[in-house]
Write a new protein. Structure first.
Length: 347
């Protein structure tokens, strides 16, 4: 709360590049949506990837650690007026704004903004964005709360199609509780699509207790193998790796504390696939119906689906496609595929 609510006022205040890494170029659809977001919201953005999955029309989405709301306002445009985005963040408000209309953007971008917490920044620009997007009523809301205790914020079981988070799970001491809560609030077939920081080894006590390294998303990073075991314990399908890129610290003092441990920014997708959905391997054909991905859908590091092309998939991927929001976008048929050619969605 102190580091993100008081010390960091803009992205440039970060001492490493861990929280500002993007693993791949932004699609035009996303670039255009970004241009419609208020400057103050973008200036306070901290994230290590792009948590914008595909096939979002009319979806109910929850953003864990929504901060100033950049990803929420991006998703707001992609789910459309019939969809809804909920943001939850732990930084409490230190500044209370009056009852007048939210401020409009200045004629020229300011070099700094008044000190206020992340959730307050997100809330005060709701009306501005709804007007900008042409929506008659808000399709976003923001809550103060903890991602390990979503029930305390009133978030019910099986109420969301997608849960996203961008470089925040590392800030939670109990990662299993975060994934457990995400699993609980997801509908059957729902997806958790998230970017975060992972380590090549388990971190020492010295690193894990370092205040700046914690605030910079490194000291709380999960050993990558532990993600797989926690996901399995909670009930998710095996993690599907989407993208990954190495992180450079660029600070000699912090590098000396970290030692030979390596960090990577990675985006994974997990699905809440019910047990009865797992039948066996199959063949799928993508119909090209997802906006922005009509010719090709890059699902993860192992599976790319081209319009009209037959693709052999393993039992896990067949179950994911059949039980999730992607079911209507594929022709899925059971069949024995060449087992040697199937790598699975775990990488």
């Amino acid at each position: 709360q102190d580091y993100y609510g008081k010390e960091l006022q803009k992205s440039e205040d970060l001492k490493t590049n861990a929280c500002i890494t993007s693993a791949r170029p932004l699609p035009k659809l996303v670039r255009d949506a970004l241009e419609r977001i208020h400057e103050e919201v973008v200036a306070r953005y901290y994230g290590c990837g792009l948590v914008i999955p595909e096939c979002l029309s009319s979806c109910q989405i929850l953003d864990l650690g929504s901060g100033s709301g950049r990803d929420c306002y991006l998703l707001s445009q992609l789910v459309g007026e019939q969809g809804h985005v909920t943001g939850i963040d732990m930084t409490e408000g230190q500044v209370r704004h009056g009852s007048g209309a939210p401020p409009r953007p200045p004629s020229s971008p300011p070099t700094s903004f008044p000190s206020s917490c992340q959730v307050e920044v997100a809330k005060k620009h709701i009306a501005y964005h709804m007007d900008k997007f042409g929506y008659r009523k808000p399709n976003v809301e923001f809550f103060h709360g903890y991602m390990e205790k979503l029930g305390d914020a009133g978030l019910a079981d099986e109420s969301y199609d997608i849960v996203v988070s961008n470089c925040v799970i590392n800030l939670a001491p109990d990662k299993r509780a975060v994934l457990q809560e995400a699993f609980r609030v997801l509908k059957p077939g729902g997806e958790m699509y998230f970017s975060d920081i992972y380590t090549s080894q388990r971190l020492s006590e010295t690193v894990r207790k370092h205040r700046v390294l914690w605030g910079e998303c490194l000291a709380g990073a999960l050993y990558w193998r532990d993600l797989y075991s926690i996901a399995e314990e909670v009930g998710f399908s095996p993690p599907c790796l989407v993208t990954a890129s190495p992180i450079t610290i660029g600070n000699k003092e912090l590098e000396s504390i970290v030692g030979d441990c390596r960090f990577v920014s990675a985006t994974f997708r997990l699905f809440k696939v019910l047990g009865g959905s797992r039948a066996g391997p199959g063949q799928v054909i993508y119909n090209g119906g997802i906006v922005g991905h009509e010719r090709e859908l890059v699902f993860d590091a192992n599976f790319t689906f081209k319009e009209g092309e037959v693709v052999d998939v393993d039992a896990e991927m067949a179950a994911i496609l059949q039980s999730s929001r992607f079911a209507g976008e594929f022709l899925i048929r059971a069949g024995r595929a060449d087992a040697a050619a199937l790598q699975g969605c775990c990488c």
